[in-house]
Design a protein around this ligand. Structure first.
Ligand SMILES: C[S@@+](CC[C@H](N)C(=O)[O-])C[C@H]1O[C@@H](n2cnc3c(N)ncnc32)[C@H](O)[C@@H]1O
Length: 261
């Protein structure tokens, strides 16, 4: 086994990060997609100082991908933040994210827990161990590492395991594999956990492609309330929030649980 000094290790990590940025940028240059990510805004609106620092000189998609990777960007970060902040139960929230990438949406979610004075952690999963390592470092620099539990692996396996550990999920942000089958499979695992507490599922890249297809299928199969925001995020743009139908006294509180047709 080859042993690297700390300096050589640091150099290798920086080189890997630079290659990753270039590849990510190349991918999005070859596949130009409309973006609603904004750059002309006051960075003080961002919910975490380290995030604001990373965005400080972001002028366009290229410069921003180099810093915050494939993150959903402003104003979607704030939509995500307030949606979680305004959804938290009085105690012990269960918050889940699929698709950690470099950890910037995870930082936003963790900041919402902190600002709400809520307990608990954000459980986040990514299939790529290298990005999870970067995300750990970013979370530490953002001062929120203590409120995040990182996992490496496939999101569907992770959610299946989670179902054996918790009896509800208050909030799930799905931003991993965006193919329709994958999104639908993640949702299927989450459905009983989210309906158990009238929780919410937040989706990214909803304006087209696999996520849009999955959302149509989810709405047909499970019903529920879907609120769509087309003017934020990128590649493709759009966010959406799904919530089970409200329980009423008339249905004995069953609507949230028994809506699957
Ligand atoms: C769009 S990025 C996530 C961006 C991040 N949520 C943010 O906004 O900062 C998608 C991530 O999903 C991960 N991913 C893709 N397929 C996955 C799977 N099956 N399970 C877990 N993660 C997956 C990729 O490695 C990638 O880092």
């Amino acid at each position: 086994m080859i042993r690297l000094s700390r300096q050589q290790g640091g150099f290798l990590a920086a080189m890997t990060e630079s290659i990753r940025s270039r590849l990510e940028w190349l991918y999005h240059s070859i596949r130009p997609i409309p973006s609603r990510r904004r750059f002309d805004y006051d960075r003080r609106l961002l919910v975490n100082a380290y995030l604001a620092e990373q965005e400080a000189d972001a002028r366009d998609l290229r410069s921003t991908v180099a810093r915050t990777g494939l993150s959903l960007g402003y104003p979607a970060w704030n939509l995500l933040y307030y949606t979680l902040l305004c959804s938290l139960p009085p105690s012990d929230p269960v918050v889940v994210e699929t698709g950690t990438n470099r950890g910037f949406s995870t930082i936003v979610l963790a900041q919402a827990l902190i600002d709400a004075g809520a307990g608990g952690v954000v459980r986040t999963i990514d299939i790529d161990p290298e990005v999870v390592e970067l995300a750990r470092r970013h979370a530490a620099q953002a001062g929120v590492a203590g409120r995040i539990r990182f996992h490496v692996g496939d999101s569907r396996d992770f959610l299946a395991t989670l179902a054996g550990e918790v009896d509800h999920v208050d909030f799930a942000f799905l931003d991993g594999d965006h193919r329709a089958e994958a999104v639908a499979a993640e949702f299927e695992r989450l459905y009983p956990l989210v309906t158990a507490c009238d929780g919410k599922v937040f989706f990214d890249n909803t304006g087209g492609g696999g996520v849009a297809k999955a959302l149509r299928r989810i709405h047909e199969t499970y019903g529920g309330n879907l609120v769509e925001f087309s003017n934020c995020s990128w590649a493709p743009p759009g966010n959406a929030i799904w919530q089970p139908p409200a329980r009423t006294q008339a249905d004995g509180g069953r609507a949230g649980r028994d809506h699957r047709r």
